[in-house]
Design a protein around this ligand. Structure first.
Ligand code: AMP
Length: 216
C-alpha cells in the first residue's frame, strides 16, 4: 500500500494515518512531524523550516521534496507507506510521482478527508500533543487520562501553530495551494473523498471501505 492522506489542518490525518499504518503494516511518513523533529534537533533543515512552520506557511517545495526523498529511501518505506501532509502543492505532487517512477512505483490511492471549516478550528485549538511519544489527544473529544499528562507520562503541549489565528492562516494556505491537488489526483483516477466529520472510529471505517474499493 502506497498512499497519500490529504485534508485540511485538523481533519484528523495524523490519527487516521497511524490507524492505516497499523492495519497495513506500512510506514507513517508525516512531513509535519519530520519538520518538528528537525527543528527540535537544530538541524540545517530545521533552521530552514522554522520561520515557515511558525507562521503556518508552507516550507519551500525543494526543502520538502528533499526530506521526503531521503525518508522514502529508508528500508521501512520499501514495504509501503502512508504520506501524511505531503504533497501539499502541485509541484510536490509532480516531485513525488517522479521519485516513485524512478523506482518503477506509483501511488495506489489518495484519500481526502473533508471536514467543515468551523469544526476544523474547534478541533485544532483543543489538540494537545506529547513531545515524548508523539501521541495526540484532544481536550474535548479524546481527553488524556490525567489533565496535561500523556499516558506515557510526558507533559502535553499545544503546538505553537495550533492557535486560532495560525490555524486560520493554515486553512487559507490549504485553500490556496493544496485544494488544487484534488483535481490533480481526480484526473489520475486515484482520489477517494471521505467525510471526516464523524468520530475517529467512524472515519477509520470509511477510509477502510474506500481503500478496499481501490484494491478491487
Ligand atoms: P502538519 O503537522 O502536517 O500540519 O504540518 C505542520 C507545518 O509543517 C505546516 O504548517 C508547514 O509549515 C510544514 N509542512 C508540513 N508538510 C509540508 C509540506 N508538504 N509542504 C510544505 N510545508 C509543510
Amino acid at each position: 500500500m502506497r498512499m497519500v492522506l490529504m485534508g485540511p489542518p485538523g481533519a484528523g490525518k495524523g490519527t487516521q494515518a497511524a490507524a492505516i499504518c497499523r492495519r497495513y503494516g506500512v510506514a507513517h511518513i508525516s512531513t509535519g512531524d519530520m519538520f518538528r523533529a528537525a527543528m527540535a534537533s537544530g538541524s540545517q533543515v530545521g533552521a530552514k523550516a522554522k520561520a515557515y512552520v511558525d507562521r503556518g506557511e508552507l516550507v519551500p517545495d525543494d526543502v520538502t521534496i528533499g526530506i521526503v526523498r531521503e525518508r522514502l529511501s529508508q528500508p521501512d518505506a520499501t514495504n509501503g507507506f502512508v504520506l501524511d501532509g505531503f504533497p501539499r502543492t502541485v509541484p510536490q505532487a509532480l516531485g513525488l510521482d517522479e521519485l516513485l517512477a524512478g523506482s518503477g512505483l506509483k501511488l495506489d490511492a489518495v484519500v481526502l478527508i473533508e471536514v467543515p471549516e468551523a469544526e476544523l478550528v474547534r478541533r485544532a485549538v483543543g489538540r494537545r500533543v506529547c513531545p515524548r511519544c508523539n501521541r495526540v489527544w484532544h481536550l474535548e473529544f479524546n481527553p488524556p487520562p490525567e489533565p496535561g499528562t500523556c499516558s506515557c507520562g510526558g507533559e502535553l503541549t499545544l503546538r505553537p501553530d495550533d492557535t486560532a489565528e495560525t490555524v486560520r492562516a493554515r486553512l487559507a494556505v490549504y485553500r490556496e495551494r493544496t485544494e488544487a491537488l484534488k483535481d490533480y489526483y481526480a484526473k489520475a483516477g486515484i482520489l477517494r473523498v471521505v467525510d471526516g466529520s464523524g468520530s475517529p472510529q467512524e472515519v477509520e471505517a470509511l477510509i477502510a471501505g474506500a481503500l478496499e474499493r481501490c484494491s478491487e
